[in-house]
Design a protein around this ligand. Structure first.
Ligand code: MOS
Length: 742
């Protein structure tokens, strides 16, 4: 196939709408007669609500209702797989009882005429508690790690072993055995979570920030015990999400409860502070990695044990040790994953979940090993490059890691690096260069799409997908343009409505593979239907033409070899008097997943400059080279990668949610104290893509992009910090004081 749209650096089709303010985000869908809801959060970390003085507040100006567990409706909460499987716990039931399970749990909702009235009343609502001390620190000796329930169902979460890893490490002439920690982090997208809920009899419309509209629809239907078709979710634009909107959090239920209670539309927007305890977080993790190697640098054993935190009521799991048994050639590998239930809210997927955290430990340990061996860290990785996935004993569908290291090394100038720690300087600054491997699974899930060819020659394409920033509007427009043979300007792609054909969550880097493949199928079906119409139309020059004689080019149907005008989609639609409509769906074909190990790979290089006197760490450059199959839009792909790198800078050097051990309160729940990279923290970032053709993953040849951009960045930076200072920091984020003692 000669691509006409796929692979082109099309600028964002929604760019103008975004910069002019025409794009409507959830909270922009104000409804006539709308009221405002504000959630009142528990101010203790564990216990019971002993009293709520709502009478006083109900008399305050503008207040319409105060909803607590005393007057809230009893909700159905039917079983529903809302990201977390029902086997792994039960979602928080809001305002159903007096129990407080974590700091910040909603204990009341105030509904008022204006946001000001609602905020004032919420602040004035007196709530008393019978409190007990919560356990929120996973390193507390009373905290117990458990085997995740899902270990019995999901290989990525189960303990895995080949050979005798512990024995191999014990006997290895060269070994590393260290513990790595990563702080709790919060997603902190620009756009806060927001829901506007409006009931019309038994039908509920939610204008609601969501990365997974069809799930939000099904989840809220299950909460209220009503048919899913009675719920519509609308979310055409997302101001960043990074995983936090994959779940339908309790505030969506509360908005719907409030709207029903007052009989008017209700708008509920979370505050920045509330987003620190109510909408998931990257769990704190503690990992042990032990490596054994020969003096020549051949890995003989890998042990990776990781523990994450979760809530008491649900087990949130992420693929913390997922990459460890396929990344390197090694006969003896053992991985283990555990969870520590704590008195906090449930964590959630955040920016490369699992893989990003796990690879920090693994790729730091590999770097440590390289110094112990006196082997260049890039050379060490190449020396242990596997020929196949040794964990599953099957070939990779494609794996360009060596090419990524070659391209990345060259663009970064790795050859200029001198191996000794503290050996590179720029004036009085210590310079460090570090590298790390990135990898992320190439997932695909069943998805559906619809194409409508209109009389004016425009193709309307729709799917219940989301675009949280990667450019889904644009890339899907390109896919449709490609398979319809139309210029992208003649394609209108709509997403963000649960009523559109169903798609999987907008996460896991699988949107292009899943939704893109469905759009491709729908376009092919629409084209076939258009041809059928042309052949069935006795006024058409193509009437009864044999199928084999016809061909499409540039959106026109002609007899093969003929050069005339042929028929455009618009012509065919006009002649038949009705739009051509076709549905398409796609899922990963046949036994591809059984036969191939499918992952993206990348090589990330970072340069840091550290002031030896005051310990400030500046990232100077990051260069990433990735093999992600086909690149649908290089402009968007680069943008996604540099965005991921910025997230990685945050993870490496800044982001940490600190809980008060006495009550589980996040003490830095605001943008002043939860540090994230700002413009001055962001250096030159380069993303390169190796030419990679993967004939197995799907017909589009795409492996997906997004999460891998974050994976590998934090260890590359940490490894650069070691190279600069000779100080190995095994706990993220790396602080000034960690390197000051160097
Ligand atoms: Mo992503 S953490 O799957 O939104």
């Amino acid at each position: 196939m000669t691509a006409t749209s796929i692979g082109k650096p099309l600028t964002r089709v929604d760019g103008r709408a975004k910069v002019t303010g025409a794009a409507h985000y959830a909270a922009d869908f104000n409804q006539p007669d709308q009221l405002y809801a504000v959630i009142v959060n528990a101010t203790v970390g564990l216990g019971r609500v002993s009293g709520i003085w709502n009478d006083e507040v109900e008399r305050m100006p503008g207040v319409v209702a105060v909803i607590t567990h005393h007057n809230a409706p009893k909700l159905a909460y039917l079983p529903h797989k809302a990201v977390i499987d029902p086997a792994d716990g039960e979602r928080l039931h809001v305002l159903q009882d007096d129990e407080v399970r974590f700091y910040g749990q909603p204990v009341a909702v105030v509904v008022a005429q204006t946001l000001d009235h609602a905020e004032r009343a919420a602040a004035a609502l007196r709530v008393t508690y019978a409190a007990r001390p919560p356990l929120v620190d996973p390193s507390d000796p009373r905290a117990e790690a458990i085997v995740p329930a899902a270990a019995t169902r999901a290989r990525a979460l189960a303990d895995r072993a080949r050979g005798d890893a512990d024995g191999a490490v014990a006997q290895a002439p060269i070994k590393i055995d260290e513990t790595y920690e990563i702080a709790r982090e919060n997603h902190n997208p620009m756009e806060p979570h927001a829901t506007i809920a409006a009931w019309k009899e038994e039908r509920l419309t939610l204008w609601s920030k969501s990365q997974y509209l069809v799930n939000e629809q099904a989840e809220i239907a299950a909460v209220f015990g009503m048919p899913a078709e009675n719920v519509e979710v609308v979310c055409p634009f997302i101001g960043g999400a990074f995983g936090t909107s994959l779940r339908t959090w309790p505030h969506v239920t509360l908005a719907a409860v409030a709207a029903r209670h007052v009989g008017r539309p209700v708008k509920l927007v979370l505050t920045r502070k509330q987003m620190f305890f109510a909408t998931g977080h990257r769990p704190r993790t503690r990992q042990r990695v032990a490596l054994g190697a020969t003096p020549e640098g051949r890995l003989t054993g890998i042990v990776h044990e990781g523990t994450g935190e979760t809530s008491r009521y649900e087990q949130f799991m992420e693929a913390l040790t997922n990459v460890t048994d396929y990344l390197y050639s090694c006969p003896n590998v053992r991985t283990q994953y555990r969870l520590t239930p704590l008195d906090t809210s449930t964590p959630n997927h955040m920016r490369g979940p699992g893989e990003a955290s796990g690879i920090f430990a693994l790729e730091s340990a590999i770097d440590e090993l390289s110094y112990k061996l006196g082997i260049d860290p890039v050379a060490l990785r190449r020396r242990n490059e596997p020929e196949l996935d040794e964990a599953e004993n099957k070939p990779f569908s494609s794996r360009s890691l060596v090419q990524c290291y070659e391209l990345g090394s060259e663009r970064f100038g790795w050859a200029r690096r001198t191996p000794e720690p503290r050996s590179m300087r720029d004036g009085r600054l210590l310079i460090g260069m570090g590298a790390a491997t990135a990898t992320y699974p190439a997932y695909q899930a069943p998805a559906h799409a619809r194409v409508r060819l209109l009389g004016d020659g425009v193709a309307e394409v729709e799917a219940a997908a989301s675009d949280m920033g990667p450019g889904t509007y644009t890339s899907m427009t390109q896919v449709a343009a490609e398979f319809l043979g139309l210029p992208p300007e003649q394609v209108r792609f709509n997403l963000g409505r649960s009523a559109y054909p169903q798609t999987p969550s907008h996460g896991g880097s699988w949107t292009m593979a899943s939704v893109g493949s469905a759009i491709r199928a729908a376009c092919i079906a629409a084209q076939a239907e258009a041809a059928r119409r042309a052949m069935a139309d006795d006024n058409s020059p193509l009437f009864r033409a044999p199928v084999g004689d016809l061909e499409w080019s540039e959106g026109r149907l002609r007899r093969r070899g003929q050069t005339g005008a042929g028929l455009s989609y618009g012509d065919i639609v006009a002649r038949s008097g009705r739009p051509v409509e076709a549905d398409g769906s796609a899922e990963r074909g046949g036994d591809v997943a059984e036969r191939y190990s499918m992952h993206s790979f990348g090589a990330v290089f970072a340069e840091v400059a550290i002031d030896p006197d005051v310990g400030t760490i500046r990232v100077r450059r990051i260069v990433g080279a990735y093999g992600i199959g086909r690149v649908v839009n290089p402009l968007l792909a680069r943008s996604q990668c540099t965005g991921g790198m910025i997230g990685g800078i945050g993870m490496a050097l800044m982001e940490r949610t600190v809980l008060d051990p006495r009550d589980g309160r996040p003490v830095n729940a605001h943008m002043a104290d939860y540090l994230m990279p700002v413009n001055l923290d962001i250096p030159r970032l380069e993303a390169h893509f190796v030419d990679e053709v993967d004939p197995h993953v799907n017909a589009l040849g795409v492996k997906g992009l997004g999460e891998i951009a974050l994976v590998g960045t934090a260890p590359a930076i940490a490894n650069a910090v070691f190279h600069a200072t000779g100080k190995r920091v095994r706990s993220l984020p790396i602080h000034i004081d960690d390197v000051l003692s160097a």
